[in-house]
Design a protein around this ligand. Structure first.
Ligand code: CP
Ligand code: NVA
Length: 311
């Protein structure tokens, strides 16, 4: 029997040591290529000869470009597949697609509407599968976010991260990370858009210091990091209800004043300026969003190295 592939489906499935190894690799690869041309391969080009297929059922700018450039930097190649242009769009099953791609490439990323599709794809795949965002979670984003926090304020253990807005996929991956890295997570959302109670319960049962309620100022009080995301994620159909519910959770200068004096502001992007965040916060001195976006490259590379057994 060959060894089962190392999938990267959710941070909850990693051990703290595996997560630490991925973060350390991301920091090290970033430090080793400061000011290099973006598509120049890393000195060791560790994935030379390897191919990554990237399936997208939803739009993407950062995830697509960071994985593609990341693969080039690791010495390999990446192939982008818009799901609708493939036979998936005409009804070929995810399992059969996984079996075929397993014969053609060394790893696959999928951005899917339904998390279940990624699980089914992974179960049928002989090569590592990476969750590039689903309705449930966005683990790749959180590797870049933690990396950014560590760069700016050091060890995240013991720090307080406040999440404001929608208890969505990105929020869920933060909950998974809180359990592994011992930071405090304070989530404030409208009651209707609270994170899934089973995620909170599982994190708490694993010892995480996570609170979720509907009081934005309480969540932000003294926080070291304030994070938000769009109020209407890809696939959400209740835009009018959302636009009515979320304004008290907007991150503006007044809200940031409740956080620690030099608290960081993070956003996975794309941002909807004037909705979940103001221009003053996005473009202000506490914002780390452009580092966060760049760090997607370094994070994806580290995830690929882990999946391919190099860490
Ligand atoms: N943050 C993020 O995943 O961005 P994209 O949707 O542009 O990939
Ligand atoms: N929550 C957002 C994240 C986009 C990167 C969405 O799913 O659309």
């Amino acid at each position: 029997m060959s060894t089962p592939p190392r999938h990267f489906l959710d941070i909850s499935a990693l051990t703290p040591d595996e997560l630490r190894a991925i973060l350390d690799e991301a920091h090290a690869r970033k430090a080793a290529r400061i000011d290099w041309p973006k598509a120049a391969p890393d000195q060791d080009a560790p994935l030379e000869g390897y191919a990554l297929a990237m399936i997208f059922q939803k739009n993407s700018t950062r995830t697509r470009v960071s994985f593609e450039i990341g693969m080039i930097q690791l010495g390999g190649v990446a192939i982008v597949l818009n799901a609708n242009d493939t036979q998936l769009g005409r009804g070929e099953t995810v399992e059969d697609t996984a079996r075929v791609l397993s014969r053609m490439v060394d790893a696959v990323t999928i951005r899917a509407n339904a998390h279940q599709d990624v699980l089914q794809f992974a179960a049928a795949s002989d090569v590592p599968v990476i969750n590039a965002l689903t309705d449930l979670s966005h683990p790749c984003q959180i590797i870049a976010d933690i990396m950014t926090i560590e760069e700016r304020i050091g060890d995240i253990a013991g720090k307080t991260v406040a999440w404001l807005g929608d208890g969505n996929n990105v929020c869920t991956s933060f909950i998974h990370a809180a359990e592994k890295l011992d930071f405090k997570l304070r989530i404030a959302t409208p009651d209707t858009y609270a994170p899934r109670s089973q995620e909170i319960a599982a994190a708490k049962a694993a010892g995480a210091d996570v609170e979720a309620h509907n009081d934005a100022q309480k969540a932000v009080a003294g926080a070291d990091v304030v994070v938000t995301d769009t109020w209407v994620s890809m696939g959400d159909t209740d835009k009018a209800e959302r636009m009515a519910a979320f304004p008290p959770f907007a991150v503006n200068e007044q809200m940031m004043k409740h956080a620690a004096k030099e608290a960081l502001f993070l956003h996975c992007l794309p941002a909807h300026r004037g909705e979940e965040v103001t221009d003053a916060v996005m473009d202000g001195p506490q914002s780390a969003v452009w580092d966060e976006a760049e760090n997607r490259i370094h994070a994806q590379k580290a995830v690929l190295m882990w999946c391919l057994g190099r860490l």
